[in-house]
Write a protein of this length. Structure first.
Length: 211
């Protein structure tokens, strides 16, 4: 059965390029990104993992641990990481799981047999500190993901978790956010001292609270 938003992300143990891990221990009390790529030594994946490595500081700032998955073996990962570091001018420090028995790929429904019977698609899960799944995206093998967008989603999720706000379409860091519908308009001034604009009774905007 596939995972849905709000489900608890299954725990697992795995062999990775950074040693054996227990997923929950690896995440600790922070946020996590678990993402699959179709295969090692492939061009799009090489750029994706390079981009992720170059954004390590941005993920760390947000208390997000990153973990990649493919069904290729560990020895292959180790050789490929050298290529990624060389070609993408980065240092891959996050673990890449060697999911040879597909235990994790299957638990997270990362193999879509009508796309490929033996490779994972580009699945990505954001997992919250409560271990619940907060975001699921699935891209085809031929389209590399936008990792700036992953940071934007993390920022949005963390704003919601910490301040009871949501983010509008195309929202960018520093722009106004939306007060969640659960908060009554009369309660907004106490909760949002920077002020608010009621465009409609159901559309209340406020400056980003943590800026
Ligand atoms: C890649 O991972 O680079 C890739 C995989 C399948 C089709 C095209 C590119």
């Amino acid at each position: 059965m596939s995972l849905r938003l709000g489900d608890i992300a299954p725990n697992f143990t795995a062999k990775t390029s950074a040693g054996d891990i227990d997923f929950y221990e690896f995440l600790g009390n922070g946020w996590g990104i678990l993402f699959s790529h179709p295969a090692d030594y492939t061009p799009v994946c090489t750029t994706e993992l390079g981009k992720t490595a170059l954004l390590q500081e941005e993920f760390a700032k947000r208390n997000v641990k990153v973990l990649a998955v493919s069904v290729d073996p560990l020895e292959k990962h180790m050789g490929w990481i050298k290529d990624i570091n060389e070609t993408q001018k980065c240092e891959v420090n996050f673990p890449i799981i060697a999911d040879e028995d597909r235990k994790i790929s299957e638990a997270y429904d990362m193999i879509h047999p009508n796309a490929s019977v033996n490779a994972t698609v580009r699945s990505l899960f954001i997992i919250g500190p409560d271990k619940a799944v907060k975001l699921i995206i699935t891209y085809p093998a031929s389209t590399g993901r936008n990792f700036q967008e992953m940071l934007r989603v993390i920022d949005s999720l963390q704003l919601t978790a910490n301040y009871s706000v949501a983010t509008p379409a195309d929202w960018k860091e520093g722009e106004d956010v939306v007060v969640v519908p659960a908060i009554k308009t009369e309660d907004i001034p106490a909760k949002f001292p920077k002020g608010f604009t009621a465009v409609k009774p159901y559309l209340r905007l406020t400056p980003q609270p943590n800026k």
